[in-house]
Design a protein around this ligand. Structure first.
Ligand SMILES: *Cc1c(COP(=O)(O)O)cnc(C)c1O
Length: 493
């Protein structure tokens, strides 16, 4: 097994080299040459705790990490930073299983991968005898930024620069980022949307002159975005873990298929579920849920990806994305791992904003279903679920839950279903409380957090209490065209 690029099959890297590089020089994403099969039976997995499951899943992808190295990374990641020993609890409501992925430090699912990525990356640097300081460049739609900052803050040999769309994230998301104190962190607002931030960051990764200048000064870029395979692999683990839990609790029988429904933006989280399915996890449908930016919903209808449309700011900002980077890994598979064909499709996306894989779509179409829910659907879902069960979900999870309801209505499918619950409702208290009752719209954000705590009967997470009093330390805002200069200024070249 090795890692290659979706745009150049002549590339052959070890897992640790792929983690360290983040993105291939040709602009492609690293993909494993094959998807390994689960090395343990479902019955055995059902007896494992989170860390053991993570080890079982990750070791076959990160094949050149020693057992000691990988276990040490896992131990450092999934510890008391999480507010529950289970790490990813399953909560049943209305017969559906919500996989709560938000019990980490920054209360969004990004913590699941970003609490381990810094360890995977520094281990990779050691293994490959790199003596350069690692500069993590990250574009965020709101949650990755803080999770990456929390993961890399104070990690020796690294510094991190986060770009976020100014005005395109929630108040809590912004405060979480701009109050990050450690000196190896930098947070910069950009006058543009998430796609602008992400495209520019990718461009900087591929800027060979900049890379040479950096190397001469002792620096090397890497990525904390889900384009890094070190983000994707840890995410596979929780789907396998969720299956094991359902089996252990007798909710499903050994080998019974489940559906997995994921609120989707950059296509990282659901791609991890796809990898889990293709490792042999019994999965019926992968339901890809979009908000009003429903480019993926349209894509799954007939295989045409068309980003030429209005970018809509929604109440689920972490899904406000029109260029879903990780989809490239799926497209590459659709083309039969044809690097040239994939490269040409991605060039079409860049120049015309559209490509079509109609001819080869069959290969993946049967595994996925695209659905979407607008604010009317998802806010109604937050309200009705709360009123019927007392359970409060966040706005992203609500997009998935409302999309799932539409799917069931259309198909009558009774397969047991896991919904990825990607953020704590406290992160989006304004929108959540507004959904439950419009009278709350006039309250201030922190007041709403107190009200939410009483409404949901859930304690306010530490991540929220922290930002109430922390001073703002990052206030830089730049034009898209000045992002490169901002990076160079930060590292002093
Ligand atoms: C990032 C994010 C998503 C989208 O996940 P992708 O892996 O980008 O598809 C959904 N919900 C929340 C809360 C997120 O932070």
């Amino acid at each position: 097994m090795f890692y290659t690029s979706t745009r150049d099959n002549s590339i052959k890297l070890t897992a640790s080299e792929a983690v360290l590089k983040g993105l291939s020089d040709d602009g492609g994403l690293f993909v494993p040459s094959e998807i390994p099969s689960l090395s343990k039976s479902l019955k055995e997995i059902s007896e494992m705790d989170y860390k053991e499951t993570a080890y079982t899943v990750m070791k076959d992808f990160l094949f050149d990490y020693t057992e000691e190295e990988l276990r040490s990374c896992i131990d450092k990641a999934y510890d008391a930073k999480f507010d529950t020993e289970e790490i990813a609890p399953l909560v049943e409501a209305e017969g559906v299983y919500y996989l709560e992925l938000f019990h980490g430090k920054t209360i969004a699912f990004k913590d699941m991968a970003l609490s381990i990525l810094p360890h995977l990356l520094t281990t990779a640097a050691r293994k490959n005898k790199s003596d350069k300081e690692i500069v993590i460049l990250t574009a965020t739609s709101g949650d990755t930024g803080k999770a990456a900052l929390a993961g890399f803050a104070g990690v020796p040999g690294t510094r991190i620069i986060v770009f976020y769309p100014k005005g395109g994230v929630s108040k809590v998301q912004e405060l979480q980022m701009v109050t990050q104190k450690e000196s190896n962190t930098k947070v910069i607002g950009v006058k543009g949307n998430f796609d602008d931030c992400q495209s520019k960051v990718k461009e900087l990764f591929n800027d060979s002159a900049l890379k040479e200048q950096m190397a001469a000064a002792g620096f090397q870029f890497s990525s904390a975005n889900s384009i890094n395979i070190g983000r994707l692999v840890p995410q596979i683990a929780y789907y396998v873990y969720a299956y094991g839990k359902l089996l252990k609790e007798g909710r499903i029988t050994d080998g019974e298929k489940i559906n997995i429904c994921v609120p989707t933006g950059n296509f990282g989280n659901i791609l991890a579920a796809f990898y889990a399915k293709n490792m042999g996890l019994p999965v019926n449908k992968l339901i890809c849920a979009s908000n009003d930016n429903k480019v993926l919903f349209d894509f799954f209808k007939e295989g045409v990806y068309d980003k030429n449309r209005e970018f809509i700011l929604t109440d689920s900002p972490s899904m406000d994305i029109l260029i879903s980077s990780n989809l490239e890994r799926l497209i590459y598979l659709c083309t039969g791992c044809d690097d040239k064909a994939n490269k040409s499709l991605m060039e079409h996306l860049k120049t015309d904003g559209v490509y079509s894989i109609k001819e080869s779509f069959g290969k993946v179409k049967d595994q996925f279903v695209g659905e979407y829910a607008d604010w009317a659907d998802s806010s109604a879902k937050i309200k009705s679920l709360y009123e019927k069960t007392g359970y409060v979900i966040d706005t992203h999870t609500a997009v998935a839950a409302a999309s799932y309801d539409k799917y069931v209505k259309a198909t009558g499918d009774t397969t047991k279903t896991v919904i990825a619950s990607t953020a704590s409702p406290f992160k989006f208290a304004r929108s959540v409380m507004k959904a439950i009752d419009p009278v709350y719209a006039k309250e201030d954000d922190f007041k709403l957090i107190d009200i939410l705590s009483k409404t949901a009967n859930v304690e306010i997470p530490a991540a929220i209490n922290e930002i109430r009093t922390s001073p703002v330390v990052h206030d830089t805002v730049v034009e898209i065209s000045d992002m490169k200069k901002a990076v160079m200024d930060n590292i002093g070249i």
